[in-house]
Ligand binder design. Sequence first.
Ligand SMILES: [Zn+2]
Length: 106
Amino acid sequence: MSTSYEPVCQSCAMPLRRPEDFGTDAKGVQLSDYCCHCYLDGHFTSTASTLDAMVEHLVAMSGEMGMSPERARRLAREKLPNLKRWQAETTGTSTPGTDRAGVSVK
Ligand SMILES: [Zn+2]
């Protein structure tokens, strides 16, 4: 019985704890899926529009979050592909207006 579910942003994996953490739709209604940094007023902010860009964004913010860039990158690579926003990208479901960028295999 220890499944304490904490909602996280489905774009950047930030925990959503306070009402003001949540993003809003075009009418200003709070959403349960995205944080205010990723999604505001009904559309994604331009912080990062691809999975790779989001990973780099989180790595850049790692200091603020109190972790090393290496750890931030590993966590981001691990978590982000499971999030709703990026699943379309990783499963190949086409999204209008996006090309096939970001499929770098290393
Ligand atoms: Zn977010």
